[in-house]
Design a protein. Structure first.
Length: 235
């Protein structure tokens, strides 16, 4: 694994890289909102010898936390910047949780760059943080900088990628957990996304909540590897 550090507009950004065979389909992981790229070690091992990258946007561990610059467009600009710096061939982009709308927006705006989308347990719309969001995040994620929490609460969202879905040309695999166990993408929302996307299907994990790899990481990894194989086979 290699770490690359970049700077955009004075804000530190990160990418973790697991090099692979250059002729294989690259896979890029966008963690859940403010999540660490280090979370993707298991995926990188399972996907070898595919090149794998996991991205760290502003506010995530090891990245910058400016006083201002926390809008959805700021996060999207970070994503575009990191992907352009990598200069990789068209890739599979996997996004988790509330970064799913960002991945959809990227795929709609840059269709030539995306070979496939793997979207995990979140609808196409992210709301504005509620009144108690900062308090809850301080308790759940004490590692996050205060500037990030306050800035996001003041500037972020709402953002709806729904109107962009028809522009997503790449195949999409939607993975959803069980709302009764904490999943955030219910059957109706998943079906609405599937219908609006030109080429999409849904796989449900009825024993899982929001973290679809729990309690059976093998099933999640098999879905991931199977989708990668489908995309490579369709070249």
């Amino acid at each position: 694994m290699e770490e690359r550090v970049f700077e955009r507009g004075g804000v530190r950004l990160r990418a973790l890289l697991w090099p692979g065979e250059p002729e294989r389909l690259p896979v890029v992981f966008l963690p859940g909102f403010l999540g660490p790229p280090e979370a993707y070690r298991a995926e990188a091992r399972a996907l070898a010898p595919h090149p794998v990258a996991a991205l760290g946007l502003r506010g995530s561990p090891g990245c910058g936390a400016p006083e201002r610059g926390w809008s959805v467009e700021d996060f999207l600009a970070d994503l575009v910047f990191l992907l352009e710096r990598r200069a990789i061939p068209p890739f599979l982009l996997s996004a988790y949780s509330s970064n799913v709308p960002l991945a959809l927006a990227y795929a709609a705006r840059h269709p030539e760059r995306v070979r496939g989308l793997l979207l995990i347990d979140y609808p196409a719309r992210v709301p504005r943080p509620g009144a108690d969001w900062v308090r809850r995040m301080r308790k759940a994620r004490p590692d996050l900088p205060e500037a990030a929490l306050l800035g996001i609460h003041a500037e972020f969202g709402p953002f709806d990628a729904g109107p962009l879905l028809s522009r997503v040309r790449a195949p999409v695999l939607l993975l959803r957990g069980n709302p009764e166990r904490g999943g955030l993408l219910d059957e109706g929302e998943a079906e609405a996304m599937r219908a609006a996307l030109p080429n999409a299907r849904v796989v449900a994990f009825p024993e899982s909540g929001h973290e679809v790899w729990d309690p059976d990481p093998g099933a999640y990894l098999e879905a991931l590897k199977g989708f990668v194989a489908e995309l490579e086979g369709g070249r």
